[in-house]
Design a protein around this ligand. Structure first.
Ligand code: COA
Length: 465
């Protein structure tokens, strides 16, 4: 019985910062942001928005679009790294909002939790819910997995130009119309790391940028090695001697803290997959230099990052590799469409890879490419750290959903923030009852905390129309 993603709905806040304005204000060359990072617009939440109301807005859209009633849903998971409470799960806030529409107690029969593991937890949530259905514990009901986050970094930090905000709700069921997950090949890797973390009480993370980039590449590669072993063992994919598993995967969708990271992850993976194949000789000729090796190839990530000669040579090799005709062709065919949304929305943490999937489906469809039976390989990464690699196949019914996808229209009209407004919002100086944008047919936050100490963290939302 195929199980997977039947439909998806997105919510992106209506405010954004333009990367040019941002670059000028911070004294950065705008090309660094547009080309080096791959960002044009970063979505920002208004004073009356939080990750829970973005999650509820995406979920309501998904339910209305599919005419779903609460009784059709058996589980609702929210994956986020922007938790609002140390104990109360974000999905309980979402249920509270949805019950304003569907009636008090209308979701009582359902279950679910909030999941946390930086940006990878949405993938674990999908996996667990797919297995809940495969195990036939679902009593004919579907699951909804919501990924919702606000990517917020310190003012003036290098992470500041990799911010963003948004949510995606995904309907998980049997015989899905969009993508059915390949069974028995999902592979994970986990290790205690401090590449990016947000200790209690902090609104912004502590991040070691270059370390987190490198760790992401290594962890996804390791999970991919384990995926390859499982895919061959289960005969999901069969390889000839001169073939790489990446030849058999039509699309590659990875975690996207920023657009350029997708390209870098693809380059890293292809180098790893191809260097033992006959094609490598021709690639090296086109690159024009040998692939460098670190002084201590078995060293730690720190020792490799500290090996300045190697890092410089490796950067040079990577850039030349990314200019080869074979890389450009594979990038265009397997990844480019998945990166479109990231450039105009920014980092969405848990939702980044799924916005990438959404983007891939819409923009490949617009190229008139037949997507039926095409396999997508997913490389999900969460700092801290864990990676999950899995795959799925686009179903024959995909057009029913994809034909109506229109990112610009679904995001809606947006307002550009000037730098002063942005800094006020970032510093939490705006008032909840004085939002910058108008809210139409959506949940908004109206109050935090009651009049007494025991009601301190209570959050009130209304549906504004
Ligand atoms: N024109 C075009 N490109 C330019 C440029 C210019 N004028 N100036 C710089 N660049 C390029 C650099 O060459 C580099 O390209 P490369 O990645 O292909 O080498 C790119 O812009 C980034 O510049 P760099 O100086 O290396 O990075 P940075 O110090 O600005 O930091 C991050 C970038 C991503 C590390 C930082 O934004 C960060 O810490 N983000 C948060 C953590 C994160 O997202 N981690 C990802 C893993 S989860």
């Amino acid at each position: 019985m195929p199980v997977g993603i039947d439909d998806m709905a997105i919510y992106v806040p209506k405010l954004y910062i333009d990367s040019k304005d941002f670059a000028i204000a911070r004294g950065i060359d705008p090309h660094k942001l547009e080309i080096g990072i791959g960002i044009y617009k970063m979505a920002m939440v208004d004073t009356n928005q939080d990750p829970a109301c973005m999650a509820a807005n995406a979920c309501l859209k998904l339910m209305q679009k599919n005419d779903l009633k609460p009784l059709d849903i058996g589980r609702m998971y929210v994956a986020t790294e922007s938790a609002l409470d140390e104990s109360k799960a974000m999905n309980s806030f979402v249920i509270g909002m949805l019950e304003q529409i569907y009636g008090d107690g209308s979701f009582e029969h359902a279950g679910g939790i909030e999941c946390k593991f930086a940006c990878v937890s949405g993938s674990y949530a999908l996996y667990d819910n797919a297995n809940w259905i495969r195990a036939e514990e679902n009593n004919d009901r579907a699951a909804i997995v919501i990924v919702s986050d606000i990517a917020k970094y310190d003012l003036g930090s290098a992470g500041e130009y990799t911010q963003g905000a948004g949510a995606i709700a995904m309907l998980v069921k049997e015989n899905p119309r969009l993508v059915a997950f390949d069974p028995k090949v999902t592979s994970t890797i986990i290790k205690n790391e401090y590449d990016f973390y947000r200790p209690f009480g902090r609104e912004t993370p502590l991040v070691n940028g270059s370390y987190s980039n490198y760790l992401y590449l290594i962890q996804v590669k390791k999970a991919f090695d384990s995926y390859r072993e499982k895919a061959i063992k289960t005969k999901l994919i069969q390889l000839q001697e001169d073939e790489s598993i990446t030849d058999k995967i039509d699309y590659i969708s990875v975690h996207l803290p920023y657009r350029k990271m997708g390209e870098k992850a693809l380059a890293y993976l292809l180098r790893h997959e191809w260097r033992c194949l006959p094609r490598w000789k021709q690639i090296i000729e086109e690159v024009g230099m040998d692939e460098p090796t670190p002084k201590d190839p078995r060293g730690t990530i720190e020792s490799i990052l500290a090996d300045k000669d190697f890092m410089k040579a490796d950067d040079q090799f990577r850039k030349a590799f990314m200019r080869t005709s074979i890389f450009k062709q594979v990038f265009e065919q397997k990844m480019a469409s998945s990166l479109e949304a990231s450039a105009i929305i920014g980092n969405l943490y848990t939702a980044s890879m799924y916005m990438g999937l959404r983007s891939l489906l819409e923009f490949e469809y617009k190229k008139n490419i037949d997507l039926e039976n095409k396999r997508i390989g997913f490389g999900s990464y969460g700092s801290g750290s864990s990676a999950m690699v899995f795959s799925g196949v686009i179903q024959s019914t995909y057009k029913e959903i994809v034909k109506d996808m229109n990112l610009e229209k679904e995001i809606g009209e947006r307002s550009k923030l000037d730098m002063q407004e942005y800094i006020r919002l970032h510093s939490n100086e705006g008032k909840m009852n004085e939002p910058i944008s108008n809210s139409n047919n959506e949940f908004v936050l109206v109050k935090i905390g009651g009049n007494t100490a025991d009601k301190a963290g209570l959050r009130e939302y209304v549906f504004s129309n």
